[in-house]
Design a protein around this ligand. Structure first.
Ligand SMILES: *Cc1c(COP(=O)(O)O)cnc(C)c1O
Length: 424
């Protein structure tokens, strides 16, 4: 597995940010060192997708150049090497999430597919007409639509935990929603639209008092926080590789073995069976049961490399550093005339969503692009959040450990310029 071990530049330098040497770390990301519209790129769209370190790119190239073959089938050496790397990656993810067992890790396309898998398998077998699923007012569409589809099929009901104008969930209302008809709670750990860090420990404890399993949407939390699924005691946890500095098209569903074992298959095909006859097929045990067909082998291996990369920096250090950037950004953004931050919960991470007067966020995004600054403008796949604030869209800067205070300064200067253009 050593061939697929990512390395972080560790040579000492004079500038240290809370133990992290950001300038050295930036050297690991080739895409950051380019000009966009004649200006140095300031990449602040990490919540949508993060850039890739050279270590991950090298891993992918090495795999395709030397060890590429299909897995779990061949008796030949390349297939054995590919299989070994693929299954070693499962161990990397297991340790990353502190899952109890490797077989609790299922490789999927991303957070979206992970949630759809739970809806299609756990949901369809455990829910019936009149049952309820509890989500929150700040969910990404990926954690709304699969449940709505399930509810339509079964005659079940979606219940929504309300939030206040800061983007804080109403925990009393949540408690009141839980009852004997509730069959699942599915909430976002860290909101992509608001940056709210939800009190998931409390959410899980309360649900478990009613024996209700909890799914956490970890698409934003996995890249920013040390996640320990055993300490959290969540029943399912979903995240995407591409937001965690890994390849696109790969992600993870963690599920407690006891739950996964009871769940029927998601898709049928190769690799997920024990025995097939035309009369009856018996299914493989977990995790293979949920990994039908040839998986994204290179994606899995690239994801493991990305995880090893962030682990070498350290999730604690990443969180501490990006919190200082968030504080600095929150404070500096207030200097922009007419700017209002959307999402002001006391516990936040990595996300700075905002409006400036009546300027359309797409116009802000376009002007910023002229300055080399990449942000996101839109509804962030969370239209109910926009409806809460009666806004069609927001602008959003989302932070990574490779961002700097200087980049925040450039963002603020570009926003000041935007205001000047619009007040002419
Ligand atoms: C990005 C995101 C998703 C969806 O992830 P995909 O990689 O597009 O499947 C779900 N939830 C949250 C909170 C996200 O930020």
């Amino acid at each position: 597995m050593s061939l697929y071990t990512a390395h972080v530049s560790t040579a000492p330098s004079s500038r240290n940010e809370g133990g992290l040497d950001i300038q050295r770390i930036r050297q690991d990301f080739p895409a950051l060192h380019q000009k966009v519209n004649g200006k140095p790129l300031v990449y602040l769209d990490n919540g949508a997708s993060a850039q890739k370190p050279q270590a991950v790119l090298d891993t992918l190239v090495h795999f395709y150049q030397h060890d590429y073959a299909n897995i779990h089938r061949g008796v030949h050496s390349l297939s054995e090497r590919a299989t070994r790397a693929y299954e070693a990656a499962r161990g990397v993810v297991q340790r990353f999430l502190n899952a109890r067992e490797e077989r609790e890790i299922i490789f999927v396309r991303g957070t979206t597919e992970a949630i759809n898998l739970v809806a299609a398998t756990y949901g369809r077998t455990n829910l019936s007409a009149g049952d309820e699923i509890v989500i929150s007012a700040m969910e990404h569409h990926a954690n709304i639509v699969p449940w709505q589809m399930l509810c339509e099929q079964l005659g079940a009901k979606l219940r929504v935990i309300p939030m206040d104008d800061r983007g804080v969930l109403d925990m009393q209302a949540y408690q009141d929603l839980l009852n004997h008809r509730t069959k699942l709670v599915a909430v976002v750990h860290l909101s992509n639209a608001l940056g709210t860090l939800n009190p998931v420990e409390e959410i899980i404890t309360l649900a478990h008092q009613h024996n209700i399993p909890v799914l956490l949407d970890g698409a934003q939390s996995a890249p920013h926080l040390k996640v320990d699924v055993q300490a959290l005691d969540c029943d399912f946890f979903a995240f995407s590789g591409h937001k965690l500095y890994g390849p696109t098209g790969i992600g993870v569903l963690y599920g407690k073995a006891a739950l996964l074992e009871q769940m029927p298959p998601y898709q049928g095909g190769g690799d997920m069976i024990e025995e097939v006859t035309f009369e009856k097929t018996t299914y493989a045990s977990i995790p293979s049961r949920f990994e039908a067909g040839t998986p994204h082998i290179a994606g899995v291996i690239g994801l493991a490399s990305a995880i090893q990369y962030v682990e070498q920096i350290g999730l604690q250090a990443i969180h501490a550093y990006t919190q200082t950037l968030l504080d600095y950004g929150t404070q500096r953004l207030q200097e922009v005339p007419g700017l209002r931050i959307i999402g002001t919960a006391p516990h936040k991470a990595s996300i700075l969503a905002f409006r400036i007067q009546d300027i359309h966020p797409h116009d802000i995004g376009t002007i910023l692009d002229q300055e080399g600054v990449a942000i996101r403008a839109g509804h962030h796949c969370a239209q109910p959040v926009m409806q809460h604030y009666q806004l069609p869209a927001t602008a959003r800067a989302s932070l990574s450990f490779y961002n700097t205070r200087e980049e925040i300064d450039i963002l603020v200067a570009a926003l000041q310029k935007t205001v000047r253009i619009f007040s002419l």
